[in-house]
Design a binder for this molecule. Sequence first.
Ligand code: ZN
Length: 130
Amino acid sequence: MTTLEVRTRQRIETIDITGLVQEAVEPDTDGICVVYTPHTTTAIAINEGADPDVAHDIERNLAALFPKKGDYRHVEGNSDAHLKSILIGPSETIPVEGGKLLLGQWQSIYFCEFDGPRRRRVFVRTQAET
Ligand code: ZN
Protein backbone atom coordinates (compact mmCIF):
# COMPACT_ATOMS: atom_id res chain seq x y z
CA MET A 1 0.00 0.00 0.00
CA THR A 2 1.12 3.55 -0.72
CA THR A 3 0.30 6.54 1.48
CA LEU A 4 0.07 9.86 -0.36
CA GLU A 5 0.64 13.02 1.66
CA VAL A 6 -1.60 15.84 0.49
CA ARG A 7 -1.09 19.36 1.83
CA THR A 8 -4.16 21.50 1.24
CA ARG A 9 -3.98 25.29 1.14
CA GLN A 10 -7.60 26.43 1.36
CA ARG A 11 -10.65 25.53 3.42
CA ILE A 12 -12.38 24.00 0.40
CA GLU A 13 -10.15 22.66 -2.32
CA THR A 14 -10.36 20.07 -5.07
CA ILE A 15 -6.98 18.57 -5.99
CA ASP A 16 -6.37 16.33 -9.00
CA ILE A 17 -4.39 13.33 -7.69
CA THR A 18 -4.73 11.14 -10.79
CA GLY A 19 -0.98 11.21 -11.55
CA LEU A 20 -0.01 10.39 -7.97
CA VAL A 21 -2.46 7.48 -7.84
CA GLN A 22 -1.24 6.11 -11.18
CA GLU A 23 2.36 6.22 -9.89
CA ALA A 24 1.27 4.24 -6.84
CA VAL A 25 -0.44 1.46 -8.84
CA GLU A 26 1.52 -1.79 -8.96
CA PRO A 27 3.06 -2.15 -12.44
CA ASP A 28 1.90 -4.97 -14.74
CA THR A 29 -1.09 -5.67 -12.52
CA ASP A 30 -4.65 -6.56 -13.52
CA GLY A 31 -7.18 -5.98 -10.76
CA ILE A 32 -8.54 -3.02 -8.87
CA CYS A 33 -7.15 0.07 -7.19
CA VAL A 34 -8.76 1.44 -4.05
CA VAL A 35 -8.18 5.11 -3.23
CA TYR A 36 -9.22 5.93 0.33
CA THR A 37 -8.98 8.99 2.58
CA PRO A 38 -9.04 8.33 6.36
CA HIS A 39 -10.47 11.71 7.43
CA THR A 40 -14.00 12.82 8.30
CA THR A 41 -13.92 16.14 6.44
CA THR A 42 -12.35 15.04 3.13
CA ALA A 43 -13.52 12.87 0.25
CA ILE A 44 -12.41 11.10 -2.92
CA ALA A 45 -14.30 11.71 -6.16
CA ILE A 46 -13.97 10.88 -9.84
CA ASN A 47 -15.17 13.46 -12.34
CA GLU A 48 -14.15 15.64 -15.24
CA GLY A 49 -10.58 16.87 -15.03
CA ALA A 50 -10.20 18.53 -18.42
CA ASP A 51 -12.11 21.70 -17.54
CA PRO A 52 -11.17 23.19 -14.13
CA ASP A 53 -14.53 24.98 -14.07
CA VAL A 54 -16.18 21.64 -13.27
CA ALA A 55 -14.29 21.41 -9.95
CA HIS A 56 -15.14 25.06 -9.31
CA ASP A 57 -18.84 24.41 -9.93
CA ILE A 58 -18.77 21.35 -7.63
CA GLU A 59 -17.16 23.37 -4.82
CA ARG A 60 -19.56 26.31 -5.21
CA ASN A 61 -22.67 24.17 -5.30
CA LEU A 62 -21.65 21.94 -2.39
CA ALA A 63 -21.12 25.17 -0.43
CA ALA A 64 -24.63 26.29 -1.39
CA LEU A 65 -26.08 22.91 -0.37
CA PHE A 66 -24.23 22.86 2.97
CA PRO A 67 -23.39 26.45 4.01
CA LYS A 68 -20.75 27.11 6.68
CA LYS A 69 -23.39 28.35 9.11
CA GLY A 70 -26.61 26.40 9.38
CA ASP A 71 -28.84 24.36 11.64
CA TYR A 72 -25.95 22.35 13.09
CA ARG A 73 -25.26 21.05 16.62
CA HIS A 74 -21.66 19.81 16.27
CA VAL A 75 -19.57 22.11 18.51
CA GLU A 76 -16.44 21.99 16.32
CA GLY A 77 -18.12 24.37 13.87
CA ASN A 78 -17.31 22.30 10.79
CA SER A 79 -20.57 20.42 10.28
CA ASP A 80 -20.77 21.63 6.68
CA ALA A 81 -17.46 19.84 6.02
CA HIS A 82 -18.70 16.58 7.59
CA LEU A 83 -21.87 16.70 5.47
CA LYS A 84 -19.97 17.34 2.24
CA SER A 85 -17.62 14.48 3.14
CA ILE A 86 -20.42 12.01 3.77
CA LEU A 87 -22.17 12.98 0.53
CA ILE A 88 -19.12 12.46 -1.69
CA GLY A 89 -17.68 9.53 0.27
CA PRO A 90 -14.19 8.48 1.42
CA SER A 91 -13.12 6.19 -1.45
CA GLU A 92 -13.23 5.20 -5.08
CA THR A 93 -12.45 1.86 -6.71
CA ILE A 94 -10.93 1.89 -10.20
CA PRO A 95 -10.30 -1.10 -12.49
CA VAL A 96 -6.64 -1.63 -13.40
CA GLU A 97 -5.31 -3.37 -16.50
CA GLY A 98 -1.61 -3.86 -17.17
CA GLY A 99 -0.81 -1.48 -14.34
CA LYS A 100 -2.91 1.32 -15.86
CA LEU A 101 -5.98 2.88 -14.27
CA LEU A 102 -8.96 2.37 -16.58
CA LEU A 103 -10.26 5.91 -16.27
CA GLY A 104 -12.36 7.45 -19.01
CA GLN A 105 -10.80 10.06 -21.26
CA TRP A 106 -12.27 12.95 -19.28
CA GLN A 107 -12.09 11.42 -15.82
CA SER A 108 -9.74 12.53 -13.05
CA ILE A 109 -9.42 11.40 -9.45
CA TYR A 110 -10.00 14.24 -7.03
CA PHE A 111 -8.99 14.66 -3.43
CA CYS A 112 -11.66 16.90 -1.90
CA GLU A 113 -10.74 19.05 1.10
CA PHE A 114 -13.68 20.53 3.01
CA ASP A 115 -11.99 21.82 6.18
CA GLY A 116 -8.45 22.89 5.27
CA PRO A 117 -5.80 23.92 5.13
CA ARG A 118 -4.34 20.75 6.62
CA ARG A 119 -1.95 17.89 6.00
CA ARG A 120 -3.95 14.93 4.77
CA ARG A 121 -3.36 11.33 3.78
CA VAL A 122 -4.67 9.15 0.98
CA PHE A 123 -4.16 5.39 0.94
CA VAL A 124 -3.73 3.71 -2.45
CA ARG A 125 -3.87 -0.06 -2.64
CA THR A 126 -3.76 -2.24 -5.74
CA GLN A 127 -5.43 -5.62 -5.45
CA ALA A 128 -4.36 -8.07 -8.16
CA GLU A 129 -6.73 -10.63 -9.62
CA THR A 130 -5.96 -14.10 -8.42
ZN1 ZN B 1 -15.97 18.22 13.26
